[in-house]
Design a protein around this ligand. Structure first.
Ligand SMILES: Nc1nc2c(c(=O)[nH]1)N[C@H]1C(S)=C(S)[C@@H](COP(=O)(O)OP(=O)(O)OC[C@H]3O[C@@H](n4cnc5c(=O)[nH]c(N)nc54)[C@H](O)[C@@H]3O)O[C@H]1N2
Ligand SMILES: Nc1nc2c(c(=O)[nH]1)N[C@H]1C(S)=C(S)[C@@H](COP(=O)(O)OP(=O)(O)OC[C@H]3O[C@@H](n4cnc5c(=O)[nH]c(N)nc54)[C@H](O)[C@@H]3O)O[C@H]1N2
Ligand SMILES: [Mo]
Length: 816
C-alpha cells in the first residue's frame, strides 16, 4: 500500500504527460487503427483484478462501440475451463455451491488445489468444520503439498489423469447403487451410450494403474465418497490449467449430477476462484467468448444487448482468446493493444514469444499501479490506475456473493480508477453519451439493468432489484449472494431445464520424451502474489521462500547429480531459466515444480513463464500450465554469497545468479557465479571500506560505511558457510556501525530465529522448535498460545503441524 514503485502520472514513452495528452493519444491511435484496419485490429487484455464496474465499461466499449470481441482476460488462464464445463453441464456459467456448503459437508475433496496456501481463509473454514463435526478431507494432487497435512487421504495421482479417476468414481457409485435414479430421470439427460461407456472401462484396478496410485488407496476414496451424500468437490488450477481441463471439470460434475449431490446443503461441485474479481468479470462478460450478462453471441442476444446499449457497431461473434490474441499480435494483425491489471510478459505461456509479440506491436498501452513491470517495458503509454485500497466499486467471490469494495485511502498523485480511464478514452473516441458515467454507482445500475433486460428467467444472473438503487444505498450496500441455492428445484439453465451428463474419456498421458524426460508443473507460493509487483516489495513476505526453487524428487536429483542448494537450469523446448534446486520427497519421481512469481524485476532466473508451451484446451482455450516436457541440469558455480545495499540499487548485478529481496531500508541480493567476484565491488556505494579475507576458505567479507552508517555489504565464499543475513540487515537501520560488522553478529545479539515460518507474527523455525521442546507443546493451538504463530491468517498452520510431528518423532526415536 506504500508508494514505492507506484506509477503516479501518465507517461508517454519515458516522459511524463498530462492526462489530456495521454488519453487523446490513446483514443486517436485506437480510432486510427479501427478506421484503417477494421475493428478486429485492436484488442484489450484485461484482468480479474479489475472491479466489476471497470470490467463493464471496458467490455461495453469493445463489444458495442469499437465493434469487436477482442477483449479477453487473464481469467482465460485461470478458470475458463470451469466456465466451459459449467456451460456444457448446466447451460449457464453457474457455480452451484456456497461457502456455507463447506460447513455442512461431511466430506470435502480438494482436487488440484493447494488450498492451505492459495485460499487460506477457505482452508481455515474447512479446518474449523473438521474440528466441529469431523468432516473428512481428501486431497487429490500429484504433489504432497502442505494442504495434505492432516488430511484423511492424499491421492498423489499421475498428473493429467483426473478424468480417469472421476470416471472410475462414477462407475463405482453406479455399482454401489448410490446414483440417484429419481434425480437422473427428472432433471438430467445423458447421451446415448453414456452409462455403457462408464461401466465398461472403469474398474478400480485399471483406474489405479492409469492414475498410478495404490488400488487400496483409490478404493478407500471411492468407498468414502459413495458412503457420504454430503460431499463437496472443490477444484482449482490442477483441474482447469490443462489441455483437457474442460473434460476434467465435467468428469467431476458428472459424479455430482449422477448422485444428485447438487443443489442440496453440503453437496456440490465447487470451482474456486483465483483472483478477487474473476467472477465479476464472468458476470459482465469480460471473456472474448461471452457477450455480456451471461449471454453468448446468439443473434437474438447480440440484438438484445445492442438495443440496450444503443450500440452503433455490435460485435457479432467471439473474439480472440488470450493465447490466440498474442499469436495474432505476433503476426502483426493487432495494431493497438491495451493491457489493464495484468502482466502477460510474465504470466502467459511461452512468455518469450509473448515478449517478441509485444515488442513488435505498433501501439501498446498499459494501465497499472506500478511503474516498472516486465510488460510495461513494452508500453508506448503507461496510465496510472487506482490501487486496491483506493478503489471504489464491487467484486464477486467464488460463491456469487457481491461485496462493495470501498476506498480507505486517497488517490495518490495523478492515479485514477480504471473505469474512469476507459470511459475517458471512449468519450474521446466519440461516444460521449454512452459513457457519461460520473461515479461507479452509475455503472452498477446499468449493469444490473442489463442482467434483467428481457430476462424472462432464462438466465439465473438477474440483479433487477439493484437496477434503481440510489447512490447512498449503493455506498451502504451489504454483501449479498445472487442466485439463491442454484438448481435446488432441479431446474437448470438449458432449454429443456435438464442438466447434461457429458461423456468424457481419459486421453493417454504423454509418455516422457527422450530429450525431455521430466514433466514440469508450475504454481504458487504461500506468501507471494503472481508477478510480485506488490508482494515483492514486502521484506517479511520474502522470508518464506527467498529464491525461486525447482523442486525435484531425490531419485531424479541423484540421477542428475544435483544436491540441495545447487543451481539448476530448467529447459523446455520453449526456453530455459535458472532455479535453486530443492530436493523434495513431496514430488513424484519424474516431475518437477517451479513457482510462477519471479520476474526480470527481481531476479536473473526463476522465469517460469518462459517454459510452458502454449497448447490450450480445445473448449476453453485455457493453457496447460501444469504439464510441460522438460529437463534439468546442474550448473556449477565457484562461489556464492550475498550483497546488501542501503538505498541505491544498481541496474544489473554482474553475475550468473542474483535474486533481489526487499529488506527494511534496502535490498538483499543472493548471488552466485564464476570467475573473480571482485567485479561485484562495482555495485557497492562509496564510503569507508572494511574488509576481511580468508584465503584458505576462499571467503571475503567487505562492508562499506558512509558517515558512520552501513551502506553496503558483500560477502562471498568459495567453500565455507555464509552467516545469517538477519543481523546485518538490521544494521542498515543503525545510527552507527564499526568494523565489527564483518563478524555479522553483535555482542550478545539474539540467537538466529531461523527461516520465518509465521509471517504475520515474524516467528522463525528455530524459535518454534525451541518452544516445542522447552515447553513440551503438543499441538498447533498451544504453539499459537506460546508464540502467536498461526493465529492470524493461519496459512502456516500446516507447517507448524509438520514441525511438531517431526519433533515428536525425533523424541520417540530418542526414547527408544
Ligand atoms: N499465495 C497465493 N495465493 C493465491 C494466488 C497467488 O499468486 N499466491 N493466486 C490466486 C489465483 S489467481 C489462483 S487461480 C489460485 C490458484 O490456486 P491453486 O489452484 O490452489 O494453486 P496452484 O499452485 O496453481 O495449483 C494447485 C495444485 O494443482 C496441482 N496439480 C498439478 N497438476 C495436477 C493434475 O494433473 N491433477 C491434479 N489433481 N492436481 C494437479 C499442483 O501440484 C498444485 O499443488 O490461487 C489464488 N491464491
Ligand atoms: N506457468 C504458469 N503461469 C500462470 C499460472 C500458473 O499456474 N502457471 N497461473 C495463471 C493464473 S491462474 C493467473 S490469474 C495469472 C496471473 O497473472 P497476472 O495477471 O499477469 O499477474 P499479476 O501479478 O496479478 O498482474 C497484475 C498486474 O496488475 C497490476 N495491478 C494491480 N492492481 C491493479 C488495478 O487495480 N488496476 C490496474 N490497472 N492494475 C493493477 C499489478 O501491478 C500487476 O502488474 O497467471 C497465469 N499464469
Ligand atoms: Mo488465477
Amino acid at each position: 500500500m506504500g508508494l514505492t514503485g507506484r506509477l503516479l502520472h501518465p507517461m508517454v514513452g519515458q516522459k511524463r504527460a498530462s492526462w489530456d495528452k495521454a488519453l487523446d493519444l490513446v483514443a486517436k491511435r485506437f480510432r486510427d487503427a479501427v478506421e484503417r484496419h477494421g475493428p478486429d485490429s485492436v484488442a484489450f487484455y484485461v484482468s480479474g483484478q479489475l472491479l466489476t464496474e471497470d470490467y463493464y465499461v471496458a467490455n461495453k466499449l469493445m463489444k458495442g462501440f469499437i465493434g469487436s470481441a477482442n477483449i479477453d482476460t487473464n481469467s482465460r488462464l485461470c478458470m475458463s475451463s470451469a466456465v466451459a464445463g459449467h456451460n456444457r453441464a448446466f447451460g449457464e456459467d453457474i457455480v452451484p455451491a456456497s461457502y456455507d456448503d463447506l460447513d455442512e459437508a461431511d466430506l470435502i475433496v480438494l482436487v488440484g488445489s493447494n488450498t492451505a496456501w492459495c485460499h487460506p481463509i477457505v482452508y481455515q473454514r474447512i479446518q474449523a468444520a473438521r474440528a466441529e463435526r469431523g468432516t473428512k478431507l481428501v486431497v487429490i494432487d500429484p504433489r504432497r503439498t502442505e494442504t495434505c497435512e492432516g488430511a484423511d487421504l492424499h491421492l498423489p495421482l499421475r498428473p493429467g489423469t483426473d478424468v480417469a479417476l472421476f470416471n472410475g468414481l462414477l462407475a463405482w457409485c453406479d455399482r454401489a447403487g448410490v446414483t440417484d435414479p429419481g434425480f437422473l430421470a427428472d432433471h438430467v439427460s445423458a447421451p446415448e451410450g453414456f452409462w455403457e461407456h462408464v461401466r465398461a472401462a472403469h474398474d478400480v484396478w485399471t483406474t489405479a494403474r492409469t492414475c498410478d496410485v495404490a488400488p487400496a488407496l483409490l478404493q478407500q476414496f471411492y468407498e468414502l465418497f459413495a458412503a457420504t451424500p454430503r460431499a463437496v468437490t472443490l477444484f482449482s488450477q490442477g483441474i482447469n490449467q490443462s489441455i483437457r481441463g474442460t473434460d476434467q471439470v465435467n468428469a467431476i460434475i458428472n459424479v455430482h449430477l449422477a448422485t444428485g449431490r447438487i443443489g442440496r446443503p453440503g453437496a456440490a461441485p465447487f470451482s474456486i476462484t483465483g483472483q478477487p474479481n474473476a467472477m465479476g468479470g464472468r458476470e459482465v462478460g469480460g471473456l472474448a467468448s461471452t457477450l455480456a450478462a451471461h449471454m453468448d453471441f446468439a443473434p437474438e442476444n447480440v440484438a438484445r444487448v445492442g438495443r440496450f446499449w444503443a450500440a452503433p457497431t455490435m460485435a457479432t461473434r467471439p473474439g480472440l482468446k488470450a493465447v490466440d490474441l498474442f499469436r495474432a499480435i505476433g503476426e502483426g494483425r493487432i495494431k493497438a493493444l491495451w493491457i489493464m491489471a495484468t502482466n502477460p510478459a510474465v504470466s502467459l505461456p511461452d512468455a518469450g514469444r509473448v515478449r517478441e509479440a509485444l515488442a513488435a506491436c505498433p501501439f501498446v498501452v498499459v494501465s497499472d499501479v506500478i511503474v516498472d513491470t516486465d510488460s510495461s517495458a513494452f508500453a508506448h503509454v503507461r496510465l496510472p490506475a487506482a490501487a486496491w485500497g483506493e478503489k471504489d466499486g464491487t467484486v464477486t467471490n467464488s460463491d456469487r456473493t457481491i461485496s462493495r469494495q470501498r476506498p480507505f485511502m486517497a488517490l495518490p498523485g495523478q492515479a485514477r480508477p480504471d473505469w474512469w480511464i476507459v470511459k475517458e478514452v471512449a468519450r474521446r473516441m466519440g461516444w460521449r453519451n454512452a459513457f457519461a458515467y460520473e461515479r461507479p454507482a452509475d455503472i452498477w445500475r446499468e449493469h444490473a439493468r442489463l442482467t434483467a433486460y428481457q430476462n424472462d428467467g432464462a438466465r439465473l444472473l438477474d440483479l433487477r432489484s439493484h437496477a434503481t438503487i440510489g447512490n447512498e444505498a449503493y455506498d451502504a450496500m451489504e454483501p449479498f449472494r445472487w442466485g439463491g441455492t442454484p438448481f435446488a428445484d432441479g431446474r437448470f439453465s438449458t432449454p429443456d431445464g435438464r442438466a447434461r451428463l457429458v461423456p468424457v474419456s481419459q486421453i493417454d498421458v504423454q509418455r516422457p520424451l527422450r530429450d525431455w524426460a521430466l514433466t514440469l508443473n508450475t504454481g504458487r507460493y504461500r506468501d507471494q502474489w503472481h508477478t510480485m509487483t506488490r508482494t515483492g516489495l514486502s521484506p517479511r513476505l520474502a522470508r518464506h521462500r527467498e529464491e525461486p526453487l525447482v523442486e525435484l524428487h531425490p531419485q531424479d536429483a541423484q540421477a542428475l547429480r544435483i544436491v540441495d542448494g545447487d543451481l539448476a537450469r530448467v529447459a523446455t523446448p520453449q526456453g530455459d531459466s535458472l532455479f535453486r534446486a530443492r530436493i523434495s520427497e513431496g514430488q513424484r519421481p519424474g516431475e518437477i515444480f517451479t513457482p510462477i512469481h519471479w520476474t526480470d524485476q527481481q531476479s536473473s532466473g526463476g522465469r517460469t513463464g518462459l517454459l510452458p508451451r502454449s497448447l490450450v484446451d480445445p473448449h476453453s482455450g485455457q493453457p496447460g500450465f501444469k504439464s510441460t516436457p522438460a529437463r534439468v541440469e546442474r550448473i556449477a558455480t565457484e562461489w556464492r554469497g550475498f550483497l546488501i545495499l542501503r538505498g541505491h540499487q544498481p541496474a544489473r548485478i554482474p553475475c550468473l545468479w542474483a535474486t533481489r529481496i526487499a529488506v527494511p531500508d534496502g535490498v538483499l541480493y543472493e548471488i552466485a557465479g564464476n570467475g573473480d567476484p571482485a567485479r561485484l565491488e562495482a555495485c557497492l556505494p562509496r564510503g569507508d571500506r572494511v574488509e576481511a579475507i580468508d584465503a584458505a576458505r576462499g571467503t571475503r567479507r567487505t562492508a562499506i560505511i558512509t558517515a558512520g552508517r552501513l551502506t553496503g555489504v558483500l560477502f562471498v565464499t568459495r567453500t565455507g558457510l555464509l552467516p545469517s543475513r538477519d543481523w546485518l540487515i538490521g544494521q542498515l537501520e543503525a545510527e552507527s556501525v564499526g568494523a565489527s560488522v564483518l563478524a555479522a553478529r553483535g555482542p550478545g545479539s539474539q540467537p538466529d530465529k531461523g527461516p520465518t515460518v509465521c509471517v504475520c507474527f515474524d516467528v522463525g523455525l528455530h524459535q518454534i522448535m525451541a518452544a516445542i521442546r522447552a515447553q513440551k507443546l503438543v499441538d498447533v493451538p498451544s504453539i499459537g498460545q506460546a508464540l502467536g504463530a498461526g493465529t492470524n491468517c493461519g496459512s502456516c498452520r500446516p507447517a507448524l503441524a509438520s514441525i511438531l510431528a517431526q519433533i515428536q518423532e525425533e523424541t520417540l526415536l530418542a526414547a527408544e
